[in-house]
Design a protein around this ligand. Structure first.
Ligand SMILES: *Cc1c(COP(=O)(O)O)cnc(C)c1O
Length: 359
């Protein structure tokens, strides 16, 4: 830390992104990217006019992209906010809808690690509610909570989802606070709550192109909400960086909506590969939480979470391990292609065999 850093950031602990190592080629099951390529339409779109795409500023209103998203999900353009990854939207939501003095924020104690970082960044009082015994989010505890609520649904890193009815109870019981539902993983089999946006002006649903749309590298996220919430987010965006989505990403994002069916078919493949992985790990003695996401969260009594992570890495397979006490026995394993999942299962089996031999 330099002696120039503003005092308010002195004790800030930054988010730790999943590793993106360049030392060798790994089977990468650690940051929930899609194993499938972007659609041909997306690749064609970004190949069209590279000179203008780099020379000119992008459209700050992102009109074409917003229209495509609005049409796909049955909303008006004014209900759509787009930004540089959904992390950006979450960041803006904490800026816009959490007031340090007037109202704090509530989110699950075990969830996407960035929520706590944003709360700390803006000095917002954060109430972190423990998960239930079975690692699900206790929806009841967020009802009438009198704070901004942020919930990943399905939750990360557990993969467990709430039903729309449970989300609605939270939204309806907090009419004077914004409820942000982070649906980064919803396309992999959970119920989306976007339809509730027609009914509740305090609901913001956040989505990303990074997982189900195979575009983590493009950095694009969108949110669906009431017009006033969206206008608030635009105000923040125009007060920080109006050009925060580059031209290539705007083209890619619009083209992806034209190929929506391709992406949903990929999601169905991931769901099938998730079922395979869950069954295979379960038969190796793992406890696998019931996931509606493109990853599984699994632990074994035969090997510690960190030991399994390390041994898999030596074999060229990257998974995600969290040192947080309550989940340190688990690994979060992204669902890739069937071939990748078979390699993972074979490696886990071999590692368990070695561990048994050492006893
Ligand atoms: C991956 C992820 C994000 C971030 O997505 P980007 O659009 O890549 O910034 C947000 N929320 C959750 C829960 C995620 O897992």
């Amino acid at each position: 830390m330099s002696r120039f850093l503003a005092e308010r950031y002195a004790s800030l602990v930054a988010y730790t992104p999943g590793e993106q190592p360049t030392d060798m080629k790994y089977i990468k099951l650690n940051t929930n990217e899609s194993p499938f390529p972007p659609s041909k339409g997306v690749l064609d779109a970004i190949n069209t006019d590279a000179v203008s795409a780099l020379r000119l500023y992008p459209d700050p209103e992102c009109g074409i992209l917003k229209e495509k998203i609005a049409k796909q999900y049955g909303f008006a353009k004014e209900n759509i906010f787009v930004s540089n990854g959904s992390d950006d939207i979450l960041n803006f939501s904490f800026m816009a809808f959490c007031d340090g003095k007037k109202c704090g924020v509530a989110f699950p104690e075990i969830s996407y690690g960035f929520y706590k970082v944003y709360a700390d960044l803006y000095g917002v009082d954060a109430k972190m509610l423990p998960l239930a015994e079975d690692f699900s989010v206790s929806a009841e505890e967020y009802c009438n909570i009198g704070r901004t609520v942020v919930i990943a649904n399905p939750n990360a890193p557990t993969g467990i989802a709430l039903s729309v009815r449970e989300v609605e109870r939270i939204v309806a019981s907090n009419p004077d606070h914004v409820v942000v539902i982070d649906e980064a993983y919803v396309d992999f089999g959970a119920e989306s709550c976007i339809e509730l946006v027609h009914q509740y002006d305090n609901l913001l649903v956040v989505r990303t192109y990074s997982k189900s749309f195979s575009m983590a590298g493009a950095r694009l996220g969108f949110a669906i909400g009431g017009r006033e919430l969206i206008a608030d987010l635009d105000k923040i965006k125009y007060s920080t960086n109006p050009y925060n989505i580059n031209r290539l990403t705007l083209l890619a994002g619009a083209a992806a909506m034209d190929d929506y069916d391709y992406y949903m078919e990929n999601c169905r493949k991931i769901v099938a590969n998730r079922a395979y992985t869950t069954e295979a790990l379960t038969s190796l003695g793992f406890e696998v939480l019931p996931s509606k996401a493109n990853f599984v969260f699994a632990r074994s009594k035969k090997i510690g979470g960190e030991a399994l992570y390390t041994k898999l890495k030596k074999r060229g397979i990257l998974v995600r391990h969290f040192k947080t006490e309550k989940i340190k026995d688990f690994n979060r394993i992204t669902i890739g292609t069937l071939g990748e999942m078979k390699s993972l299962v074979a490696a886990v089996e071999a590692i368990l065999g070695e561990a048994a031999g050492e006893e």
